[in-house]
Design a protein around this ligand. Sequence first.
Ligand code: HEM
Length: 117
Amino acid sequence: MSDKLLNIFHQSHSGSWAFIVILFVVSAIFYRQKITPMILRLFYLIMLVSGIGMLIGYGFPVKYVVKGIIAIVMIGLMEMILGRMKRGQGKESSTKILFVVWAVLIVIVVLLGYGIF
Ligand code: HEM
């Protein structure tokens, strides 16, 4: 893979992760509107494509494969939480637990991304 393409993937990946966090929190708080969840899904796609692109470019290092799997689980959690909020289950303890698990996973994913462990 060309360095230029790898660089594009890297730039879009590191420039997009904070938007995911902000858009998810805003979508969870203002769960009645449909705009931010839609933009959030666009960012999932950007992260998935750039992340998988980098994995291919780097030759699938185990550490980043694990990070990618955790990130995909985390995306699933965001969708589950937003679905529960919409169905009026936001106050249930299971939704709160999912939110805590999400918060732990996002920290792990970002730290793994920056190579902290
Ligand atoms: C929403 C989910 C995700 C978040 C929040 C996230 C976050 C991050 C962050 C903050 C970095 C460090 C960027 C930098 O070095 O400037 C990173 C790097 C990376 N991520 Fe993700 N990521 C996500 C999804 C994915 C997915 C789905 C994959 C692969 C399937 C992936 C693969 C990678 C790889 C390979 C790197 C290494 C970049 C490098 O150091 O050159 N990520 N990620």
